[in-house]
Design a protein around this ligand. Structure first.
Ligand code: SAM
Ligand code: SF4
Length: 342
């Protein structure tokens, strides 16, 4: 670890913030709690599914809770629960309740495909998640089914309605825009914000995953999406409340919700990146685009004490790559997004 530049101020009682070698403060952990999913989105998972991890390969809830305590000890205060589909893992509500009670977790959120949201929204909210992201790539019933290869649009919309009733705020709706698939719907998504207080965020389609169907021809940049929406309405820039958010947000004048553009490919936001990711099988990733993984499950199961595990995490933070351009990308080895968590 290069202590001269990469400081984790664990020696001061008050400031536990972790910074990487490029002075970025790292305070956000995205936790994939399962590799399983009840959908098969064509850009994320093969149709027949994937070989599932065995039970013992997945971190147990008590292992995850121990890790979160260690992470908070080095300044992580924002946790997002993701998957696969996090709501299919048995015991997730109790797990979330336990996470919400960990000192130092100030911001607990969840990313879901929304299929089980209607029936779980109340329990999730009561367990302590107040912010939710729902992935929704089409507002047309058949197309939604085709993209997800089994999903029910009405079920997701019912989940969103319930999330609103229960009091989640903000409710973010994430749509990956793919040319020839759903790019004809960007204005329909924009119109949705006129009626509902949702933050609709358009995400550029990324080349991630071993069996990725990504092709340059399918890629639609944020600037193209924005121009298309501007043919429908003028957009007003919205001030960023969270400076580390990768989304640039706008609003149709008078609309209840906002429109965000997330541009991982056309405008890398690496210098704002404050994230770490933990896969369901306990591998820590310090960059979405890098194949580098640090095995925390092994450290936990080898009975390393908390301080030793903490040192491993600090070293991973220090080693966080500077940015997208500096990473050697080898798509042949890439994990699918369903195992990373998005
Ligand atoms: N199953 C949950 C869901 O769909 O919200 C959580 C996990 S999913 C992997 C997280 C997010 O990653 C989803 O919004 C999904 O659309 C996005 N995603 C998956 N593959 C992607 C890709 N190649 N490019 C951009 N986003 C992708
Ligand atoms: Fe499942 Fe989410 Fe991947 Fe779709 S994007 S297959 S819902 S993990």
């Amino acid at each position: 670890m290069r202590k001269d530049r990469c400081a984790v101020d664990s020696n001061t009682q008050k400031d536990t913030s972790a910074h990487d070698n490029y002075k970025r403060r790292i305070n956000y952990l995205r936790l994939s709690i399962t590799d399983r999913c009840n959908l098969r989105c064509f850009y994320c998972m093969p149709e027949q599914g994937v070989k599932q991890l065995r039970h013992k390969e997945i971190l147990r809830y008590e292992e995850l809770l121990r890790l979160i305590r260690i992470f908070t000890g080095i300044g992580i205060n924002k946790i997002r629960i993701t998957g696969g589909e996090p709501l299919v893992r048995k015991g997730v509500v109790d797990f979330i309740k336990d996470v919400s009670q960990i000192e130092g977790v100030n911001d607990l959120s969840l990313t879901t495909n929304g299929m089980l949201l209607e029936k779980m929204a109340r329990d999730l909210f009561d367990a302590g998640v107040k912010r939710i992201n729902v992935s929704l790539d089409s507002l047309k019933k058949e197309k939604y089914y085709d993209i997800t290869r089994s999903g029910s649009l009405s079920q997701v919309l019912a989940g969103l309605k319930k999330a609103q009733e229960v009091g989640f705020s903000p409710i973010k709706v994430n749509a990956v825009v793919i040319r020839g698939v759903n790019d004809d719907e960007v204005i329909d998504f924009a119109k949705m914000t006129e009626e509902h207080p949702f933050s609709i965020r358009f995400i550029e389609y990324m080349q991630i995953g071993e069996k990725s169907k990504w092709d340059k021809k399918l890629f639609v940049s944020s600037s193209e999406i924005k121009s298309r929406i501007e043919e429908y309405s003028k957009l007003e820039l919205v001030d960023k409340t969270d400076k580390s958010s990768p989304s640039t947000d706008y609003k149709i004048p008078g609309a209840k919700g906002t429109l965000g553009f997330i541009s991982p490919l056309s405008e890398h936001f690496c210098m704002l990146c404050n994230r770490l990711r933990l896969t369901a099988d306990g591998k820590l990733r310090n960059c979405l685009f890098s194949e580098n993984e640090i095995d925390l499950k092994e450290a936990l199961r080898l009975n390393d004490d908390d301080e030793a595990v903490s040192q491993i995490i600090r070293a991973a933070i220090c080693a966080k790559p500077e940015g997208y351009e500096k990473i050697e990308k080898d798509s042949s080895k890439k994990r699918s997004m369903h195992t990373i968590g998005g």
